[in-house]
Design a protein around this ligand. Structure first.
Ligand code: UDP
Ligand code: MN
Length: 291
């Protein structure tokens, strides 16, 4: 009994010290060193925003050892998933769907059952201010609308509850139905199909997944609400780390003039990268990157 009169079970060494319901984490994913640069910047942005949650990055074996050491400086857990080597039957079924490679890796986040609740963030997201309230205010499965088709959610930011049962259902669903867009977003939208017309409390406000490249479609709204934005998402083919940037002079080489307000958001990403990631990446040959 503790001083509140609560009874505690004696825990063996294989038990976690924290009760599972105490543990919450932000989770991201990188299947290669380039996306890992995004994870590092995202992780540092979470720390800058003084999160109290644990930080997890899921990786595959294509991430280099030097990059793993960098990731370990920012993240509490660097979790390796060797997806295609797995021998369980659900994974074998997935081998018939090789196009779902990265997708399959993303849904492994449901296996992180050391955590009771988690928030998945794409490697191309950036946290501008503390958003730990996501864990208190939202449950599985919560996500924000996709800007291309708002009756679908965008799978770059979502609140979920790790569970092997859900993971297995997702795997089974993926192996039988595939994904209508070939990626995790199609799969997850088909699986959590109640989302568009279900519980409105599972619709995350756009401030948690503000797509950087679409400001021009509604600039007055951006001007009105920009101060509230907490997470930006660099969705699309050109990621922040792909712009031409001079690491030594710390300035953008590409002309971003045509990008309007989006250029300011890219600058935010680069500021975090320069001030908080670059000093920790001395082990990595960044010249091999499209920086
Ligand atoms: N991802 C990865 N390696 C890849 C492609 C994607 O690790 O080759 C991960 C990464 O976390 C990324 C997420 O999957 O943020 C979703 O892909 P992306 O952000 O490129 O898609 P978009 O948001 O542009 O649709
Ligand atoms: Mn993304």
């Amino acid at each position: 009994f503790d001083d509140q009169g609560e009874m505690h079970h004696v825990q063996g060494p294989h038990h976690h010290v924290h009760k599972p319901e105490d543990r919450q984490a932000y989770v991201t994913l990188a299947t290669n060193d380039t996306y890992a640069l995004g994870c590092l910047t995202l992780g540092e942005s979470l720390k800058r925003a003084a999160t109290t949650k644990e930080l997890v990055v899921m990786i595959t074996r294509h991430v280099s050892d030097a990059m793993v050491r960098c990731l370990e400086k920012t993240f509490d857990f660097v979790q390796l998933f060797d997806v295609m080597d797995s021998a369980d039957s659900a994974n074998l079924a997935m081998l018939q769907r090789p196009e779902l490679g990265v997708t399959l890796t993303k849904i492994h986040c449901w296996t992180l059952t050391d955590f009771d609740k988690a928030v998945f963030l794409d490697a191309d997201t950036l946290v501008l201010r503390n958003c730990d309230e996501l864990f208190d205010q939202y449950g599985e499965f919560s996500a924000a609308p996709d800007v291309g088709w708002p009756d679908c959610f965008n799978s770059g930011v979502f609140v979920f509850r790790p569970s092997i049962r859900t993971y297995k259902s997702l795997l089974h669903f993926a192996s039988t139905n595939g994904s209508f867009d070939g990626g995790d977003q199609g799969l997850l939208n088909s699986f959590f199909h109640e989302w568009p017309r279900g519980d409105i409390k599972k619709h995350l406000p756009f401030i948690y997944n503000m797509v950087a490249s679409i400001i021009y479609t509604y600039t007055p709204a951006f001007k009105r609400f920009a101060g509230d934005v907490k997470i930006i998402h660099f969705l699309g083919p050109t990621k922040p780390w792909q712009w031409n940037f001079d690491v030594h002079d710390r300035r953008m080489i590409s002309d971003l003039g045509h990008l309007g307000e989006t250029a300011d958001l890219l600058t935010l990403w680069w500021n975090v990268f320069i001030s908080r990631v670059l000093p920790n990446t001395s082990e990595i040959q960044l010249t091999g990157f499209p920086l």
